[in-house]
Design a protein around this ligand. Structure first.
Ligand code: G3P
Length: 216
């Protein structure tokens, strides 16, 4: 499972990228609005750093989504156009795919939606684990079913586990067959932190210092 960061905070993404394990970023209109930055500047800057940057359209009709998608894709080859799963969105996916634009279908809440998105040519589908859990179903189960369906039917579409709220979601996404997890920075920092690593390092260094002092 590859690891993306789910954020539009360019400085925070740069900090995480320096650690070497982030290969992409996914944004959405809420995250871009929260950043206070100019959307196209965010996408262009991040695309110069990462191999995948999902940038979402905000038009609601298929023609508008298509035009916006074409413009976003022209910003940089690493920009992937994010289209919401609606009937208009599906039409836009088909049109964008005929132009060779890479597409990530978002706001996926069931394996049936994921299969339909794949059949119109989505390169990526983004099931929202946390929001599925919020309504009393299992987000991870949607990932497992989708992974099983894609394997059974030789579907090359990649699954991006999104709406990851805590470390257990990340591990469950990996175990249930997501190809990518897109993770908010706060959860990424939690995933890297382990008290036994800190205690272990403290002890190693304390023992090392004792020997150095004895040798004096
Ligand atoms: O990128 C979309 C998704 O990750 C949103 O997460 O926590 O707002 O459901 P959340």
């Amino acid at each position: 499972m590859r690891i993306f960061v789910d954020s539009a905070d360019v400085e925070e993404i740069k900090r995480l990228h320096k650690l070497g394990f982030i290969s992409g970023a996914t944004t959405n209109p809420s995250l871009v609005a929260k950043s206070g930055l100019e959307p196209e500047k965010i996408y262009t800057e991040l695309a110069g750093l990462l191999e995948h940057v999902s940038a979402e359209v905000v038009a609601e009709d298929s023609e508008g989504m298509y035009e916006e998608g074409k413009r976003l894709a022209s910003l940089h080859p690493n920009v992937v156009v994010k289209i919401p799963f609606t009937p208009e969105g599906l039409k836009a996916v088909k049109a964008l795919k005929s132009e060779g634009v890479r597409v990530n279908v978002t706001l996926i809440f069931s394996s049936a939606q994921a299969l339909i998105a794949a059949r119109v040519g989505a390169d990526f589908v983004s099931p929202f684990i946390g929001r599925i859990d919020d309504i009393g179903y299992s987000g991870v189960e949607v990932i497992s079913q989708t992974a099983k369906i894609f394997t059974l039917h030789d579907i090359p579409t990649r699954i991006i586990a999104a709406s990851i709220r805590h470390p257990a979601h990340f591990i469950d996404a990996a175990l249930s067959g997501a190809h990518i997890a897109t993770v908010p920075p706060t959860v990424l920092w939690k995933l890297m932190k382990h008290p036994l690593t800190d205690i272990g390092l403290e002890r190693f260094l304390a023992d090392w210092r004792k020997v150095q002092e004895n040798e004096k």
